[in-house]
Design a protein around this ligand. Structure first.
Ligand code: T1G
Ligand code: NAD
Length: 734
């Protein structure tokens, strides 16, 4: 952990060294400060270049030292600002040579430099807000002075990362190179030796401000509130930028410090920061997968995938084709008939056109001007060339088995066979093939080209190489793969079950859809259960309930309306479907929409009357339910199912579940994930509530407290990072 100096003629090159990402620990910053002072006083040095070792400038403050988030990051930020200020005041030009990443404090350091030269593939951003804090080393004061108020507001409040070509357009950097960045920066430095530096010091630069600034700040706060419900750091970013506009630089720096300090002084803001930082490390943790049999990320090597095939180009298949093509993988896209093939082709082309536009806007076209080629075909024999096949046909076991049987005889013996099923038994699908060790679930989320999550469902026979190959593929696709076990609905959807049932029971008991949704959306979920059900389509669940005889023609005669096999059952969603209310796709569901396919959910008086009549017909007494009760009724059963999932070794740790919820189910990151949230609420409280719920509702089995939850409480509720050690196999072979 150090910074070293070499000289190239009159140019001193300071290299930051703190692998793997040159994070700015206290020691690293001290070291930079020391070398920077040294070169200031060296008469032979006429210009200074700052760079990072191993192709990375710096990923900012060392998050590993944030355990005591308050004190550490606060003092580190002050210290880093001293370095930035020293670089800025230097009488010798200081040039940042940016390769790889300049994020958070890394970019703040670069902003203290007089010039910035970046490699074309470098990524730059003030990402602190995503960790629940905000730039505390002058970033909120310097960035608006450099690139203007509006772009700075966007970058700082959202943590947006830009690639070098866009950074150049924004004026964030002075030069882009495709060659050796350090050499380019040295060359740049030689050319600016002796030139006046005053205009290069951002601390002296005025901010160009539009006249309607107050409106801009207020609108920004409203927008951020909608995007990140209840998240404090985003709002504080706006205040810090407001200070940059209203105050002289030195006072702005003090205000930035004061605001940062306010995060550490507020319990809620501190908890949010802890949750975000936990979520960051949880995503890294899940890459180190392990299975009950002892296979793990270290023991298996992935196979590269050059050619992939997708079967079925419906909602999911088309998105999957796009992901693969964008990752420059050659794709064979197969459909069952000409009409579906043509529809699939058109849909894929349209998404790719949109993606190209977005990539151009983000300055990415320079790097990847081509997608992997796509062959659209009806010919299953073309699958013989694929290294890996992803099946995405209708959710029907007989059909899937038929297809896997065919794949087993057509595909190369070493080809991996994946299914996108959202909950069917992987082992049953694998059983019809001659290679169950190469069969695995790849559960993408809709829209597949956007959602970051991939549940990788290991079957009983899935080999470590198969798991490793799919996890590696998820990285290549820019996704986060989480290895889970094989059980009905896997992890995410399985935990959704009790949550959705409970939300519907709340309607029977007196709530309205908009009331329940509001509570969960204010909590921070991207969508409440009813808006989400309307988006997915109520018919999806209805069909599966009909299939399993819970409703429809297969329902046994004499079944009670509100009970199935002794358990509480609500027929409300079935009745809505019988009335043709499938959600957005029919313009009516739990809400009404302005048009068929409309997205703007409006409370529907019809639903309110219907619920009123239903309660009356079934003599259900309307119970008043507080907002907090709604939250607990919905979230605690979901969390309880999470503990069951852990106990059954379906997920290997609480981090796995939280990563799934943060990336696939719109769980707010500043709440960490459902298991992290449970640990913050306190396990004894969650358990006590569930015990009461279950005692009063013995006909709802999902309320029965999980054995693992009880065990953890009995052991004094250890911190989340110790839960794994309570599970059967975790970490045993790591
Ligand atoms: N500190 C410590 N470790 C870090 C780190 C950091 N800032 N960034 C990454 N790592 C570790 C990571 O845990 C992993 O470790 C390894 O590096 C490789 O990362 C003063 C207070 C840089 C884009 O928000 O976004 O500056 O798991 O697997 O996919 O105002 O990591 O192998 O043991 O993610 O190539 C702001 C966070 C800090 C950047 C690389 N900085 N990092 O992605 O590899 S706050 C950030 C990232 C701050 C200032 C404030 C990404 C990456 P391990 P990786 P990657
Ligand atoms: P879909 O109905 O939109 O598309 C299925 C496609 O498969 C259709 O285009 C159909 O023509 C094609 N197909 C059917 N039989 C075929 C055959 N024999 N050969 C080739 N193509 C055939 O379905 P979807 O929503 O894309 O779902 C596909 C799979 O993904 C299902 O298993 C589903 O459970 C799962 N899934 C869906 C979602 C979602 O939100 N829609 C999310 C995750 C997983």
């Amino acid at each position: 952990m150090s910074a070293s100096k070499e000289t190239e003629g009159a140019v001193a090159v300071i290299t930051i060294r703190n692998p793997p990402v040159n994070a700015l620990s206290q020691q690293a910053v001290e070291s930079i400060l020391k070398v920077l002072k040294e070169v200031q006083f060296d008469p032979a040095v006429k210009a200074i270049v700052i760079c990072g070792e191993n192709g990375k400038f710096s990923a900012g403050a060392d998050i590993r030292t944030f355990e005591n988030i308050g004190q550490k990051s606060d003092s580190l930020s002050h210290f880093l600002e001293d370095v930035n200020s020293m670089a800025e005041k230097s009488e010798k030009p200081v040039i940042a040579a940016i390769e790889g990443v300049a994020l958070g404090g890394g970019l703040e350091l670069a902003l203290g430099c007089h010039y910035r030269v970046a490699h074309v593939k470098a990524r730059l951003g003030l990402t602190e807000v995503l960790l629940g804090i905000f730039p505390g080393a002058g970033g909120t004061q310097r960035l608006p002075r450099l690139i203007g108020l509006l772009p700075a507001l966007e970058m700082i409040t959202t943590g947006k990362i830009v690639f070098a070509p866009v950074a150049l357009k924004l004026g964030l950097i002075d030069s882009v190179t495709e060659d050796n960045t350090i050499k380019a920066a040295i060359h740049f430095a030689q050319n600016v030796i002796g030139k006046p530096l005053e205009s290069r010091r951002l601390c002296t630069k005025p901010i160009q401000c539009p006249p309607n600034m107050e409106t801009i700040f207020n609108d920004s706060k409203i927008k951020l509130k909608k995007l990140f419900h209840g998240a404090i750091s985003h709002q504080l970013c706006v205040e810090a930028i407001r200070a940059a506009v209203q105050l002289p630089f030195a006072e702005g720096i003090l205000k930035e410090r004061e605001l940062l300090f306010s995060i550490f002084n507020s319990e809620q803001a501190r908890d949010q920061a802890k949750a975000r930082q936990y979520a960051f490390f949880a995503e890294r943790r899940v890459t180190k997968w392990t299975t009950p049999s002892g296979a793990n990320w270290k023991s298996a090597s992935p196979h590269p995938i050059g050619v992939a095939a997708v079967i079925g180009l419906g909602t999911m298949g088309r998105g999957i084709v796009v992901c693969l093509a964008k990752a420059q993988i050659q794709v064979i896209a197969v459909e069952q008939d000409g009409k579906q093939l043509e529809m699939g082709r058109k849909a894929v082309t349209k998404i790719l056109e949109r993606e190209t536009l977005t990539m151009q806007q983000r300055g990415l076209a320079l790097m990847s001007d081509s997608f992997g080629s796509i062959t659209f075909t009806l010919d299953f024999n073309s699958l013989k060339n694929a290294d890996l096949v992803i099946e995405a046909v209708y959710e029907n076991m007989a059909l899937k088995k038929e297809i896997f049987k065919q794949l087993s005889s057509i595909c190369m013996p070493e080809a991996f066979l994946c299914t996108n099923t959202s909950g069917l038994n992987i082992d049953e699908i694998a059983s019809v093939t001659g290679r169950p060790h190469l069969v695995i679930g790849t559960h993408f989320f809709s829209p597949a080209h956007i959602m970051k999550l991939l549940e990788v469902v290991r079957g009983y026979h899935s080999s470590p190489t198969t798991i490793s190959t799919v996890i590696n593929l998820s990285k290549v696709l820019g996704k986060i793969g989480v290895v889970v076990g094989n059980c009905p609905s896997f992890v995410g959807n399985r935990m959704m079950g009790p949550y959705l049932h409970q939300a519907i029971f709340l309607l029977e008991d007196g709530c309205y859809p908009e009331e329940v949704d509001k509570v969960l959306e204010e909590f921070g979920l991207a969508m409440g259960p009813f808006r989400m059900s309307d988006l997915v389509g109520l018919d999806v669940g209805w069909r599966s309930r009909m299939e399993s005889g819970l409703t429809g023609p297969k329902l046994l005669p004499g079944a009670l309306v509100r009970q199935r096999e002794g358990k509480r059952y609500s027929p409300l969603p079935d009745i809505l479907c019988e009335k043709g209310r499938f959600g957005q796709k029919t313009g009516r569901g739990w809400y009404q929409y302005e048009t068929v396919g409309g997205r703007n959910a409006v409370p529907d008086p019809w639903v309110q009357n219907f619920l009123h009549d239903y309660r009356k017909a079934h003599t259900i007494k309307q119970k008043p339910t507080s907002q907090n009760e709604i939250l607990e009724w919905c979230l605690y059963p979901l969390i309880n199912e999470g503990f069951n999932v852990l106990e059954e070794e379906i997920a290997s740790g609480p981090e796995d579940i939280d990563v799934i919820y943060n990336n696939g189910y719109g769980w707010p990151r500043h709440m960490g994930g459902p298991m992290f949230y449970a640990s913050m609420v306190g396990l004894p409280k969650v358990l006590t509530k569930l015990e009461v719920f279950y005692e009063n509702n013995p006909d709802i089995p999902s309320l029965k407290p999980s054995g693992l939850l009880k065990k953890l409480v009995k052991q004094g509720s250890p911190p989340l990072k110790e839960w794994r050690s309570q599970l059967g196999y975790q970490n045993s072979k790591l």
